[in-house]
Design a protein around this ligand. Structure first.
Ligand SMILES: [Fe+2]
Length: 215
């Protein structure tokens, strides 16, 4: 945690080149000492105030990926999380939509692994809500391997296993863009998403008008 605080520039626009190697080394070092995770989760469970501060940022249960926050750095800083990518039997064969995040992030596989596609944005028409994407990377990450993704780069993660969940240690930086974005590759369209409260407001405003046409 101290290293993530002191050694990383979370707002670096060249995150992948300059910061990701540092972050991934820190994550791999933590992965080599798995006892630290139980230490931290036990600490959270024993401290009601800490638990309540992290719970709103966690998300469980979810269809594709459960997220459990271990630490949030005050002041829009980084967040450390444990993720569980469910098996295909658990998620009913659901597929994550192609999306980008508004923050830089890095991750290391703790148990099992996943496949990831990354995309280049070739063209965007903001007014029309249209985007042309080109898949330019597909790779599989095995246990112990790490990976990073800069803000604004679309990706899609899949756990192809019917039986083995994938557990990862994940860290994201502060937001460096306005919103996350979800793409529909077949239609060539996109829409923006917001934080949980912001999203709820969009839905609530639409529902109040009995308008079912919102994401
Ligand atoms: Fe993602």
């Amino acid at each position: 945690m101290t290293a993530l605080r002191g050694e990383v520039d979370w707002r670096d626009s060249s995150y992948t080149e300059r910061q990701a190697p540092v972050v991934e080394e820190i994550l791999r070092a933590a992965a080599a000492r798995p006892e630290v995770f139980a230490e931290r989760t036990d600490q959270i469970l024993a401290d009601g105030e800490l638990f309540r501060s992290l719970a709103p940022h966690s998300a469980y249960p979810r269809i594709l990926m459960d997220k459990f926050v271990l630490h949030t750095e005050p002041g829009n800083g980084f967040r450390i999380r444990l993720h569980r990518f469910k098996t295909r039997l658990q998620n009913g064969g659901a597929e994550e939509r192609v999306h980008y995040h508004k923050w830089h992030c890095s991750t290391v596989m703790l148990r099992g692994g996943y496949r990831e596609k990354q995309f280049e944005i070739r063209k965007t028409d903001e007014a029309a809500g249209e985007a042309l994407l080109h898949e330019d990377l597909e790779h599989s990450l095995a246990e112990g391997e790490s990976n990073s993704l800069p803000a604004g780069r679309p990706h899609q993660v899949m756990n192809d296993s019917d039986t083995d969940p994938c557990l990862t240690l994940f860290v994201r930086g502060p937001s460096v863009m306005g919103a996350a974005r979800i793409f529909d590759l077949e239609r060539g369209t996109f829409y923006d998403t917001f934080d949980p409260d912001g999203q709820l407001k969009v839905g609530l405003a639409a529902m109040g008008r009995l308008d079912p046409d919102f994401h």
